[in-house]
Ligand binder design. Structure first.
Ligand code: FAD
Length: 361
């Protein structure tokens, strides 16, 4: 059938590019569809001061190390964006953008992808749509009545709109810590977290977390158990701005409030505080709505997988969403292992499919 590709990769962020790097080596025809105006995926929407939590050599996609900028231990957002743009060119990855993907369905030859640029077909599909398009905000009583500003970290750029304001930063992960550190320089900021955050020691950055994740993975493969210190990618990495906030004494948290009022919040002891703005650093969900017509997406946006392969639907893989699609797979360096395995599995799947009488176009 004309226009039938072997593989379509949905999403051209780091996960889509890493998968494309390995698919290229299989020699199979494929394309990467991406909705952004330019390269970089979610990094295009990162806040102005965002820095990686690991050095360049621990923040690289397969095949080519991110160039280190002089005087910069932890690469900034624009370094990552330049790297991803150069990466696409270097490996001549067939990224098409901007292409808005609307929905995915099955047909007799594989998958039909409806986009705002027309219908596309492929025998196998890789979902690499990330989470950035699906910010999560918890349900607090009265939230819709609150008349102040509410902003998710997905839309946060810098602290300028909050100068002189009373701000709540909600959420105890790295986004919460870094945004609290920045906003507290210009605003009266309170950090609200359900539990006290886990702060990693100052000398533990992303590089150490990757080493531990790799050691755990190896041990699991070999049936060993390892007594490594606890510490995961959700714990707070003490990057320099967060250390500086600690030195200022603002790295304190309080437990959540009970409900919103039109002008603020009410705490569990009944006290009321006026609030101008709430910044939700409460995470993301998989951006998998487009897969819903396939009938394999659960209420949390996940798909049941073995590695990255969808267990209930032959021909579908999911790359880069988090631990459920592979240890450390939602990171630049960590996605490599699962991207490589995915391309290999797809190649074998398509070869088997051809043997069974479904020849490639
Ligand atoms: P994305 O980058 O989100 O790419 C998915 C692409 O798919 C996007 O371009 C999107 O537009 C496109 N897409 C989605 N849906 C559609 C659709 N319907 N139609 C068309 N296109 C669509 N990782 C590290 O390695 N090191 C770090 O230091 C680090 N720091 C982080 C700090 C913060 C605050 C956060 C939030 C994340 C951090 N990460 C870090 C993790 C990492 O940045 C993300 O997990 C990563 O961007 C995920 O890449 P991805 O390719 O899976 O998804």
């Amino acid at each position: 059938m004309s226009g039938l590709l072997d593989v379509l990769v949905l999403g051209g962020g780091q996960s889509g590019l890493a998968t494309g790097y390995f698919l290229r080596r299989t020699g199979r025809p494929f394309a990467i569809l991406d909705g952004e105006a330019g390269p970089g995926g979610a990094w295009r929407h990162g806040w102005d001061s965002l820095h990686l939590f690991s050095p360049a050599e621990w923040s690289s996609l397969p095949g080519w190390q991110m160039p280190q900028r002089p005087g910069q231990t932890y690469p900034d957002r624009d370094t990552v964006l330049d790297y991803m743009a150069d990466y696409e060119g270097r490996y001549d990855l067939p990224v098409e953008r901007p292409v808005g993907i609307v929905s995915v369905a099955r047909d007799e030859s594989g998958f039909v992808v409806e986009t705002d640029k027309g219908r596309r077909r492929a025998r196998a599909l890789v979902a690499a749509t990330g989470t950035w398009r699906k910010p999560f905000v918890p349900d607090y009583a009265g939230r819709d009545d609150f008349q102040g500003v509410q902003l998710h970290s997905a839309a946060y750029r810098n602290a300028d709109p909050f100068v002189g304001q009373r701000v709540l930063v909600v959420g105890g992960g790295n986004s919460g810590a870094q945004i609290l550190a920045e906003v507290s320089q210009v605003a009266d900021a309170t950090w609200v977290t359900p539990q006290p955050p886990m702060f990693l020691p100052d000398d533990v950055d992303g590089r150490v977390l990757f080493q531990r994740a790799t050691e755990r993975w190896r041990a699991a493969q070999e049936g060993r158990s390892v007594g490594l210190p606890v510490g995961g990618f959700g714990d707070v990495v003490m990057v320099p701005p967060v250390q500086e906030a600690r030195a200022r004494g603002v790295l304190q948290t309080v437990r959540p409030f009970d409900r919103f009022t039109p002008r603020g919040v009410v705490w569990s002891d009944g006290a009321e505080t006026a609030v101008d703005a709430v910044i939700w650093c409460t995470g993301f969900r998989p951006a998998t709505d487009i897969l819903k017509p396939l009938g394999v997406v659960d209420d949390s946006g996940r798909v049941s997988t073995d590695g990255t392969r969808a267990t209930a639907l032959p021909g579908l893989w999911l790359v880069g969403y988090g631990e459920w699609t592979g240890s450390a797979s939602a990171t630049l360096v960590g996605v490599m292992r699962t991207a490589r395995a995915t391309a290999k599995e797809i190649d074998a799947f398509l070869a088997r499919d051809s043997e069974q009488g479904n020849p490639p176009p």
